[in-house]
Design a protein around this ligand. Structure first.
Ligand SMILES: Nc1nc2c(c(=O)[nH]1)N[C@H]1C(S)=C(S)[C@@H](COP(=O)(O)O)O[C@H]1N2
Ligand SMILES: [Mo]
Length: 309
């Protein structure tokens, strides 16, 4: 995967925004042939529609976003996904959508992409381990997909599963968590306009270490809710088990909303560390709901967020 970007603009030598603008200029002015010569055949702009999400936020570099990852199917070191995820076959890909839906079935990646309009949204991303990034995702609202498949009236939660491929995923041969990786959202969280199915970042198809070909992004929750390489989506009427809550319910709850007032039993959540900047890595106060409080606080009105963590 790393090689794919080597022939491209030198992300590490310029600020992310400068290189981003630079790249867009090249795309606007160069013909297809010239572009091919610059970037090689792997280069594929998604042409996602720009949005105001993330105005004023400085995105992390592509290098940072694709080399410091959690994707335990490929190993538990931050560099393992970048080293190992190339083995994942992402084409063809299909997602089983089942449970309480009007149109269950195995949907190919192309079926899912048909009729969606891709947007770029720059979101904060906060891992429960305290590191954070700012990521320019490309994707569409999960609500669009759920509306297309038709949610039955009794459905209350959405359950997600990652693909399970022991031949391609060295990590799943170890009993770190229960495989396949599972996640879940309450239906209103799933339908919230901030909740994305992301299929790319920096206007390119999703790198494998970031969860190709499609993954969830729920920006007001700890990163582990944003399940990667989704193979199954099931509408259910009861709160589904999730990988990290099953592993340790005292440490990782179902809701997992970013909350500076609710510490992890083994560490404070008052501060976060923005990846990048080396020795001078920026330490900053954790924001409630990761900065998305105005948009999402209503979802939890009256709930005890210490108990429902
Ligand atoms: N299938 C799967 N999804 C996963 C994980 C994982 O190990 N397996 N790790 C989670 C965690 S803990 C984080 S912080 C984010 C990291 O996403 P990123 O590597 O794109 O930054 O992915 C989440 N999704
Ligand atoms: Mo995480």
């Amino acid at each position: 995967m790393a090689g794919r970007y080597k022939s491209d603009l030198k992300w590490s030598e310029v600020t992310p925004k400068a290189s981003w603008l630079n790249r867009r200029q090249i795309m606007a002015t160069a013909g297809a042939g010239a572009l091919g010569a610059i970037a090689g055949p792997a280069f594929a702009s998604l042409g996602a529609k720009k949005t105001a999400f993330g105005d004023g936020l400085e995105p992390n570099t592509l290098e940072e976003i694709t080399s410091y990852n959690n994707f335990y199917e490929f190993g538990t070191d931050k560099g393992d996904p970048a080293r190992n995820a190339h083995a994942l076959t992402t084409d063809p890909w299909s997602v089983k959508i089942d449970g309480m839906v009007e149109k269950p079935g195995d949907y190919s990646f192309d079926d899912i992409m048909k009729g969606v309009s891709l947007e770029e949204r720059i979101y904060r991303f906060r891992c429960v381990e305290r590191w954070s990034m700012v990521i320019p995702w490309v994707g569409f609202e999960l609500a669009d997909l759920l509306e297309r498949v038709g949610v039955q009236p009794g459905a209350k939660y959405v359950a997600f599963e990652t693909a399970l491929r022991p031949d391609e995923m060295p990590g799943v041969n170890y009993p770190i968590i229960e495989w396949p990786y599972k996640e879940g959202l309450r239906l209103d969280e799933a339908m919230h306009p901030l909740t994305l199915i992301a299929t790319g970042l920096y206007d390119e198809p999703m790198p494998k270490q970031n969860g190709a070909p499609l993954r969830l992004v729920v920006p007001w929750k700890y990163g582990y809710k944003s399940i990667k390489s989704i193979a199954r989506i099931t509408l259910v009427d009861e709160q589904p088990p999730t990988a990290w809550e099953t592993y340790s319910a005292a440490e990782y709850g179902f809701y997992s909303n970013v909350n500076p007032e609710r510490d992890h039993p083994r560490w404070s959540q008052a501060y976060e560390r923005r990846v990048g900047g080396g020795l001078f890595a920026k330490q900053m106060p954790t924001q409630k709901f990761n900065g998305y409080e105005p948009e999402v606080a209503d979802l939890y009105a009256g709930m005890d967020l210490q108990k429902y963590h």
